[in-house]
Write a protein that binds this ligand. Structure first.
Ligand SMILES: *[C@@H]1O[C@H](CO)[C@@H](O)[C@H](O)[C@H]1NC(C)=O
Ligand SMILES: *[C@@H]1O[C@H](CO)[C@@H](O)[C@H](O)[C@H]1NC(C)=O
Ligand SMILES: *[C@@H]1O[C@H](CO)[C@@H](O)[C@H](O)[C@H]1NC(C)=O
Ligand SMILES: *[C@@H]1O[C@H](CO)[C@@H](O)[C@H](O)[C@H]1NC(C)=O
Ligand SMILES: *[C@@H]1O[C@H](CO)[C@@H](O)[C@H](O)[C@H]1NC(C)=O
Ligand SMILES: CC(=O)N[C@H]1CO[C@H](CO)[C@@H](O)[C@@H]1O
Length: 758
């Protein structure tokens, strides 16, 4: 079913020839095993894009070819924007400032550090994620940033040690899809466009770019897997209206992602009906006219193979004039679509090139973001062990340990991002690289605990430098803060580190109530000490942004009840992730053309653990609360008559055939709070599709339930939720046979079970 036979022949032929990476990056380079799809479908105003397209066609109709070309590439500007598209004053187009990133605006002043993608993923909260996007978008707006370079749904987290997994939301496409949908809508409702990235299969940092004679790694993915796993969240982003998509560094079936016609013209623009424009990742363009014909619309930054060569290509017949019109129309229509033609600040007005030069302050942050910064930080924490360690009950003495409890010595964030490697040695609130952000302030966990002590009279003893600190045995609790750093540009060296583990066991050897908080930019193993009886509570704190300290105090003191759930699987030991633990490396005959074969199909993370029968340490979807929840009353209702196996034909809307979102089955259940305090439960629905993985997430609902109260949760299963991608039919197809329905607290704690057939 998942055949790589064609690929073997092509790749082997290439590797045995004298081809070099130089040739592989040229225009004439073959399309690997990627089926050619030409020409680029023209944007046609589908969905709610009609008005924007009408205006764009009118404006583009007044432009010269040179002006159209100028829209398609970034230029050097006097701003600190990551990229800048020049103005065309003659038609009142002021240009575009595009800037990083999906977790907050980077490298500037007067903005906030929001919870990172993985933290939003751990919240499982749609409304909160919408508001996060909205408030973040308002800051970009005030700073004159037209396009936010985010959110991230690629990497999907296939490679467990991947350096950028924290920028993404979850290893599950449904959870990622649901929350990227909210992020796109929230951000764009603030009047800022998004550029959802990195399209597609950008799953490892190692060999992400060509280097010397070595080409970028090629992600070789079969058609079913790309649809069911990697494309799914991008489809949700397009459905939500994402005005731009960023093509990625890697190759895909041996063709660079920014010139892969199957991915751009085929999947994105034909199948998903994408109406916006495709922008390159920085320096990800490896072909000139060939890339334009494959569906690329905008190059960042400009290159020598683009620019006026586009007009030359039209006159010598290698590119259609309509392609250039389409590129320009897609870009201008996107600008109209988010209403930036009226009242938008001057592009880049709040983005000085250098913060050390005199500049007018432009304030991005606002009081309206306070709630979501704090609540967002709170809800991404996941309590995974609690033997009566938490919540703290009017403690007299707290002892605080670990390098991760303290703030960094200098707020490099106010000058240039914050994600340099030095933050590993202080409290981790965001990862490193272009996805980093710039906090307005940083109240560390230690500082927040001190403030709390000032209010309530607790004593705080602390040592945040020693690896084997002294412990006062009268401590009510010992709080140990450690972290797991990750950054763009390299994959992680491992899933745990010995100095941090030793710190935990040293404290636990002297303290019977040791509470561990881990700020983790990805999976962090805990096998070295999780069964230690003195470790009474463990929290995965992920990357909470600037309200990290305030959030952890709310949770430790029980003023907020933990409600985060893991958006990935934590294994008992690293080897349990198998070949997906580490990135693939160039080797043997593929030394110049590294290959990453996605032969596991959709079986990553919990799908793989379920299939192989491996017991995880903490399963996908798991998280504890200070209360308990009981499930009952499963109801499954099929809608109407037996549906046809494939969706009725319809004009493609952004996201795909609109009938893919027709409801086929509805499910409901009752959740009761059977404990002593109010809390939020994340009710989760998993479906076993005939011939598919044992179960896949296909619904979740986060509900606040008072002590002793019960609430009904409802899930709507759409045609797409219940279909399998058929390579033969090139369509989503409902299956015959029994569908299994599971509802409960995590991917492995599913008290309700039922079934139906179609
Ligand atoms: C990837 O697939 C190619 C083509 O089938 C094969 O030659 C190569 O050995 C595979 N690489 C790995 C690391 O499995
Ligand atoms: C990648 O190769 C597979 C197997 O040949 C093919 O089915 C699929 O359509 C290709 N995908 C892309 C994006 O090139
Ligand atoms: C046409 O022009 C483009 C852009 O300069 C160039 O890459 C291509 O080789 C030319 N083709 C022919 C047939 O002249
Ligand atoms: C972190 O601290 C350790 C121990 O003091 C030191 O060896 C290491 O270089 C520091 N790392 C960074 C990135 O500053
Ligand atoms: C737990 O703490 C007690 C008291 O400090 C200590 O005697 C004991 O050895 C510790 N146990 C472990 C497993 O570290
Ligand atoms: C403006 C521009 O990008 N021109 C390039 C067109 O392509 C030739 C090579 O074919 C380059 O040398 C030019 O710089």
């Amino acid at each position: 079913m998942r055949s790589f036979a064609g690929l073997t022949a092509l790749v082997a032929g290439l590797a045995f020839s004298s081809a070099t990476a130089q040739e592989i990056t040229s225009d004439v380079y073959f399309y690997g095993d990627s089926p050619p799809v030409y020409p680029t479908p023209q944007g046609d105003g589908a969905g709610d894009w009609a008005a924007a397209y009408k205006k764009a066609e009118k404006l583009v109709g007044q432009l010269t070819d040179e002006e159209k070309v100028s829209l398609t590439a970034g230029v050097q500007s006097k701003t600190g924007c990551s990229g800048f598209v020049p103005a065309i004053p003659r038609v009142n187009f002021p240009g575009l400032c595009v800037s990083d990133a999906g977790n907050g605006l980077r490298g500037t002043d007067f903005v906030s550090s929001y919870p990172s993608g993985i933290h939003a993923g751990a919240s499982w909260n749609r409304d909160l994620t919408y508001t996060r996007g909205l408030e973040m978008g308002k800051e970009f707006y005030k700073k004159g940033v037209n396009v936010l370079l985010g959110p991230v749904v690629g990497p999907a987290g296939r490679v467990v040690q991947g350096g950028r997994n924290w920028e993404g939301i979850s290893t599950d496409p449904y959870l990622s899809g649901a929350l990227v949908y909210e992020t796109v809508q929230g951000t764009q409702d603030a009047g800022v466009g998004v550029c959802t990235k990195h399209y597609i299969a950008n799953e490892q940092e190692t060999n992400r770019n060509p280097s010397g004679n070595v080409a970028s790694v090629s992600s070789n993915i079969d058609d079913q897997t790309i649809h069911e796993l990697y494309l799914w969240p991008f489809a949700e982003a397009v459905r939500a209206g994402s005005v731009s998509i960023m093509c990625s560094y890697n190759r895909l079936n041996n063709s660079y992602a920014c010139q892969n016609s199957k991915a751009l013209n085929g999947l994105l623009k034909s199948e998903l009906g994408f109406q916006g424009y495709v922008m390159t990742d920085w320096g990800a363009q490896h072909a000139g006219i060939a890339a334009a014909n494959a569906g690329l619309d905008m190059v960042m930054p400009n290159t020598q193979t683009w620019g006026s060569n586009l007009t030359t290509a039209i006159s010598n017949g290698t590119m259609e004039a309509s392609r250039l019109d389409d590129m320009a129309t897609r870009i201008i229509a996107s600008w109209y679509q988010v209403k930036q033609d009226s009242k938008f600040p001057a592009p880049g007005v709040g983005m000085p090139a250098s913060l050390t030069d005199p500049h007018e302050p432009v304030i991005g942050r606002a009081k309206s973001s306070r709630d979501v910064l704090l609540q967002g930080a709170i809800e991404g924490h996941v309590l995974v062990k609690n033997n009566n360690g938490l919540p703290l009950r009017s403690p007299q003495l707290l002892s605080v340990f670990g390098y991760d409890a303290k703030a960094a010595a200098a707020s490099s964030g106010s000058l240039f991002g914050s994600g340099n490697a030095a933050i590993q040695n202080s409290t981790l609130f965001v990862g490193g690289g272009s996805g980093s952000n710039s906090p307005s302030y940083m109240i560390s966990p230690l500082a927040a605990l001190q403030q709390e002590a000032y209010k309530d009279g607790t004593s705080i003893a602390y040592d945040v430098t020693s690896q084997n600190p002294q412990v006062n045995p009268a401590s009510d609790a010992c709080l140990v803060f450690i972290n797991a750093f990750a950054t763009e540009g390299s994959d992680r060296p491992g899933l745990s580190d010995t100095p941090s583990d030793t710190l935990v066991t040293n404290v636990a050897s002297k303290c019977k109530n040791t509470v561990v908080v881990i700020h983790n930019a990805g999976v962090r193993l805990v096998n070295a000490w999780i069964d230690n009886a003195n470790v009474t509570a463990v929290i995965y704190g992920h990357l909470p942004g600037q309200d990290s300290g305030a959030a952890i105090v709310e949770l430790l003191y029980g003023r907020s009840n933990p409600s985060g759930r893991l958006p990935y699987t934590v294994a008992k030991k690293a080897e349990d992730y198998g070949a997906l633990l580490k990135p693939d490396l160039p080797e043997g005959e593929f030394a110049l053309f590294p290959q990453s074969n996605f032969t596991e199909g959709v079986y990553i993370d919990y799908r793989a653990f379920d299939k192989e029968g491996i017991e995880p340490q903490f399963e996908f979807g798991f998280g504890l609360s200070y209360t308990t929840f009981d499930y009952s009353g499963l109801q499954i209702n099929k809608k109407g008559a037996a549906p046809p196996a494939t969706p009725p034909a319809a004009k493609v809307q952004p996201g795909g055939n609109p009938h893919l979102w027709d409801e086929i089955v509805s499910v409901s259940a009752t959740v009761k709070n059977s404990g002593e305090v109010e809390g939020d439960e994340v009710a989760q629905l998993y479906v076993g599709i005939p011939n598919g993985p044992i179960r896949q997430l296909r619904g979740f609902e986060k509900v606040k339930i008072g002590k002793g109260q019960a609430k009904k949760v409802a899930f709507s299963l759409t045609r797409k939720d219940l279909s399998t991608w058929s390579v033969e039919e090139q369509e989503w197809v409902l299956q015959r046979g029994d569908y299994q329905i599971f509802v409960g607290k995590s991917s492995r704690d599913l008290p309700l079970h039922g079934s139906f057939s179609l």
